[in-house]
Design a protein around this ligand. Structure first.
Ligand code: FES
Length: 175
C-alpha cells in the first residue's frame, strides 16, 4: 500500500490536469519560449500566435513535462491570455494564476512561476526578434523571471546537466 500523502489540490487543478486546454505544440506560432529544466522533467514551453498589428495574442498553447500543478497552471494561463494584448498578458502574475486555480499548495508555487516565466520569455523573445522594446517592458528581469532562473540554478545544482545562459535570460526560446 502506498504511504504517499496526496497533495491538497483544488478541484480546478485536478480537472485541468485531467483535461488540459490548449495542450500541445503550435505549428504556426509567432514565438515560443521554455522555462525549467529538462534534467528533472519540470519544463514548460509556451507558444504564442500574435496579431502583430493589434499586438494581441490570438492563440496560445503549451507543452509541459511538469507536475499536475504545472499542467493546470499552463492550461489556465493560455486561456487567460487569449484575446489579451501582449502588455496585458505581461502583467499576469503567478499569484493570479494560482488564485484562478483555487489556490496551489505552497510547495507548488514554483509550478505557476515557471509558467509565467516561460510566458515572459516568449514576450521578450517576440520583441527581441522585432528589435524594439516597448516602454512598458522593463529592461530588468521581473521577480518572476528571476525566480524561474533561481529554480533552474537549483535544478542545475541538483542534476548538474542543465546549462544556464549567461545573458540573464536562461532557458531556451525559439523566436
Ligand atoms: Fe516542478 Fe510542478 S513543475 S513540481
Amino acid at each position: 500500500m502506498s504511504t504517499r500523502i496526496p497533495l491538497p489540490y483544488s478541484p480546478k487543478v485536478l480537472e485541468l490536469f485531467r483535461n488540459p486546454k490548449n495542450a500541445g505544440p503550435m505549428e504556426d506560432a509567432t514565438v515560443s519560449a521554455t522555462a525549467g529544466s529538462p534534467a528533472c522533467g519540470d519544463v514548460i514551453t509556451i507558444y504564442l500566435k500574435i496579431d502583430e498589428e493589434r499586438e494581441t495574442i490570438i492563440k496560445a498553447s503549451f507543452e509541459s513535462y511538469g507536475c499536475a500543478a504545472n499542467i493546470a497552471a499552463a492550461s489556465i494561463l493560455t486561456e487567460m491570455i487569449k484575446g489579451k494584448t501582449i502588455r496585458e498578458a505581461w502583467m499576469i502574475t503567478w499569484k493570479e494564476i494560482s488564485d484562478e486555480l483555487g489556490g496551489l499548495p505552497a510547495i507548488k508555487y514554483h509550478c505557476s512561476i515557471l509558467a509565467v516565466g516561460a510566458l515572459k520569455r516568449a514576450i521578450r523573445a517576440y520583441y527581441r526578434k522585432k528589435g524594439v522594446r516597448p516602454d512598458w517592458l522593463p529592461e530588468k528581469l521581473t521577480r518572476e523571471e528571476l525566480q524561474a532562473i533561481e529554480e533552474e540554478k537549483l535544478i542545475e545544482k541538483l542534476y548538474g546537466r542543465y546549462s544556464i545562459e549567461g545573458d540573464g535570460r536562461s532557458g531556451k526560446d525559439r523566436s
